[in-house]
Design a protein. Structure first.
Length: 103
């Protein structure tokens, strides 16, 4: 797992042909706005999160975010523990995000 700044995260993700953006917030938070192209899996729903995480391609690079960076850090560690090699946490989360947001 790596904690990346907003700039590092967006630049690296943009150049990565193997990138998947993962939003680990709740459905209600996701509905308020999300980073374009994000796949949402709610980390608060533990069993469902783990089930869906295990179905992800472990060879992809996951760019993970939440509201402020805490849950996404946990999600990155969980992803690493189930065999995902590359998980990048967005420091500061979506509340500090300066890029595009879909509503």
């Amino acid at each position: 797992m790596a904690d990346l700044t907003q700039q590092q995260w967006s630049e690296q993700c943009e150049k990565d042909d193997n990138a998947v953006i993962l939003d680990v917030r709740t459905d209600a938070e996701f509905d308020e706005g999300y980073i374009p192209g994000a796949l949402q899996i709610d980390i608060f729903n533990g069993a469902e999160f783990l089930k869906r995480a295990k179905a992800l391609d472990p060879e992809k690079n996951y760019y993970v975010y939440c509201r402020s960076g805490g849950r996404s850090g946990q999600a990155c560690m969980l992803l690493n523990s189930i065999g995902v090699k590359n998980a990048y946490n967005l420091k500061g989360g979506i509340i500090e995000w300066k890029g595009e947001i879909n509503n």
